[in-house]
Design a protein around this ligand. Sequence first.
Ligand code: GLY
Length: 386
Amino acid sequence: MAREESAPDVLVVGGGVIGLAVAWRAAQRGLAVTVLDPAPGGGAVQVAAGMLAPVTELQYNEEPLLRLGMASNERYAAFAAELTELTGLDTGYRATGTLAVALDADDREELRELHAFHGRLGLASEWLTGRECRKLEPMLAPGVRGGLHVAEDHQVDGRRLARALLAAGAAAGVRLHRAEAAELLVTGGRATGVRLADGSTLTAGQLVLAAGCRSHLLAGLPAGVLPPVRPVKGQVLRLRIPPAYAPFLSRNLRAVVRGQHIYLVPRADGELVIGATSEEQGFDTTVTAGGVYELLRDAHELVPGLTELPLVETGAGLRPGSPDNAPLLGPTALPGLTAATGHYRNGVLLTPVTADLIAEQLATGRTPELALPFSPARFSSPEAAR
Ligand code: GLY
């Protein structure tokens, strides 16, 4: 199919932080890039706490994801500094470290096992007694039984990050098309563009599918290419730490309370983010009384003094879950279509490395080695289909 004169080299379908960062990095490599999204900079990042925690969020049997997360974490400081230098906008990147604490003997045993696992993998984490934890964070509950200090698990403010990526993309020549993709266009066995809801079409040399938990909804995706993503709801609270209470917390805090993960992320501007529920509710983003109650109840067990703080916002976002909790990165079985989706709990963390890997593939046609374990093909092979 002949492309219209203004057809870009790359059309990124989805303008969350993943799509925006891929577009920015691809434009820096000299490609003409358009991002298609009705509300660029929106999506799950507007709710996310922005914890950059590959070590404290480590799950057993997810070592390839750990390596990808570590690679992204290592890039974050430079990534954030580059964005700020180019745009004058602060991303809220903060090298705070993270403290994961245990509230009872069972939690302590679990954290001890995680600490041993870290040791086997050569990851830096330090075991602290309850007293040592409270010395670092005096607002912690007196009953805290011990914890793990991970000095390299930091944080970024997802909303600020999205604004900086929009500005950096604009400066690099990325064009935004504010509309929803209705259908993928396939010509001669190759992805060539999309049809929009109003019937118009956009064509491009290559397409990137970066539509988060909506990536599988694009009509026209061939069966073997349909990404197996699903929405996983997370409810999140935002409190404000008045200056008189500062420093209320100095680093990210995590715990497992009654089997539920809870985390508190204190930002430099006084925001305290508490997350998150994990619910399989389809595309529902209702904030429920039960969700808010459980988050506050568990956070209060960890830091009793937080009930004094103003509660300024409640929200719910949709993580793009994948069957193995890892993203789909790289070429799909359909020539011309690359996936950058399914980042589940790690979208903000994995933004820098995803952008670098996908931009390299778009510019050179080669898939970088770090991306190979995350090939979308792992879900379309005969083994995956069984
Ligand atoms: N990464 C934290 C969450 O998804 O809740």
